[in-house]
Unconditional design. Structure first.
Length: 293
C-alpha cells in the first residue's frame, strides 16, 4: 500500500491578517515574522481592507527577502447567507475596489460605535476610544469584545455569549455588504484572482455543492484548500474535517477544471500562533497527500 509522501516545509501562506483589520500585529511585524519562519511568499489578506498593500507598504517592509502578494478577505453575501472570499494578486491602487471597501469600512465603524454606545448605556465598560482611534480600518465585533476584555469584562460563554448580548441591543446601522458576485467582479477587474476562503466552514449553509457551483459562476479560480480547521480548543475534530475534505475533493473534481487553484492559508491573527498553524497545514498535506505550495 502506498504511503502518503511526507510534505516539505511550508513556503507560502496565502491568508494572514494584520492590525489593519482584526489581527494583532502591524504589516511590518507580520512581514518580519514571516521572514523569521522561512516563508518565501506571503499574502496579507485583511478583512475588507487593502491598506497593507497601498503605496507598496508591505513590499517595502519585505526589502526583497520575501515575495509579497496583494491580498484581501472580503465578507460577502451568497444565497441569503454570508461567506468570505480571498482576492489575490490584484492592483492595490485600483480605485473601484478601494472605494467599495471604504464604504464597508465606514459602515463597520458606524456599527462599532452604535454597539459601544448601547453597551455603555447598559452599564458595560465599552470604551470605543482606544479602538476607534487605533490602526484598524475594519472595525469588527471582535474589537468590542477585546475592549471589554481589556476592561475586565469576561463573558463565561466567550465570544458566542458576547454576540448574543449584542443581538439584544437593537438593530445596528446596516453594513453594505457586497454580494459575492460583486466582490469577485471587483477583484477580477483589478487584475486579481478569486478563491473561496475556508470552504468547509460552509458545509451546512449554503452547502458545499451550492457554494462551489455559485463560485464557479462568479469567477472563482479555486479554493483555499489546506486550512487549520482543527486549530485550538474550539477547532474541529480531525475525523470530522477529514470527512468534509472527502466531499470537497469530489465536488472539485466534478465542478472545477483540473488546473483549479488549491491554496493554503493559516488565517493567522497573532504571530505567536503561526508555527502551530503552519504545523497543522503540513499535517493536513500529509494526511491528504497534497503538495504544499
Amino acid at each position: 500500500m502506498l504511503q502518503p509522501r511526507p510534505p516539505g516545509p511550508v513556503r507560502s501562506d496565502w491568508h494572514v491578517h494584520t492590525h489593519l483589520s482584526d489581527g494583532c500585529a502591524s504589516p511590518e511585524q507580520v512581514v518580519e515574522a514571516a521572514v523569521a519562519l522561512g516563508l518565501e511568499r506571503l499574502a496579507i489578506t485583511d478583512h475588507d481592507c487593502i491598506a497593507a498593500h497601498r503605496a507598496g507598504r508591505a513590499r517595502a517592509a519585505a526589502r526583497g527577502r520575501i515575495e509579497i502578494v496583494a491580498g484581501v478577505e472580503i465578507d460577502c453575501l451568497l444565497e441569503g447567507g454570508r461567506i468570505e472570499i480571498l482576492g489575490l494578486g490584484f492592483d492595490p491602487e485600483n480605485e473601484a475596489l478601494g472605494a467599495r471597501l471604504a464604504e464597508v469600512q465606514a459602515d463597520r465603524r458606524r456599527r462599532f460605535l452604535f454597539y459601544c454606545e448601547r453597551l455603555r448605556e447598559a452599564g458595560e465598560p465599552a470604551d470605543p476610544e482606544p479602538w476607534a482611534c487605533g490602526p484598524s480600518l475594519a472595525l469588527l465585533k471582535v474589537h468590542i469584545y477585546r475592549a471589554l476584555e481589556s476592561a475586565g469584562r469576561i463573558y463565561p460563554g466567550g465570544y458566542r455569549e458576547f454576540t448574543a448580548r449584542l443581538e439584544g441591543l437593537g438593530a445596528p446601522p446596516p453594513v453594505r455588504t457586497p454580494e459575492a458576485a460583486e466582490a469577485a467582479r471587483l477583484i477580477l477587474q483589478a487584475g486579481g484572482r478569486v478563491l473561496l476562503a475556508h470552504p468547509l466552514y460552509y458545509h451546512e449553509r449554503p452547502g458545499l455543492e451550492t457554494l462551489l457551483r455559485a463560485a464557479r459562476e462568479f469567477g472563482c479560480a479555486g479554493v483555499e484548500y489546506l486550512y487549520p480547521y482543527d486549530f485550538g480548543p474550539r477547532g474541529w475534530s480531525r475525523d470530522a474535517a477529514a470527512e468534509l475534505f472527502g466531499r470537497l475533493d469530489a465536488l472539485l473534481l466534478e465542478l472545477f477544471p483540473p488546473e483549479a487553484e488549491r491554496t493554503q492559508g493559516t488565517d493567522v491573527h497573532e504571530p505567536g500562533e503561526w508555527p502551530a498553524r503552519l504545523d497543522l497545514l503540513r499535517d493536513w498535506a500529509r494526511r491528504l497527500d497534497r503538495p504544499l505550495r
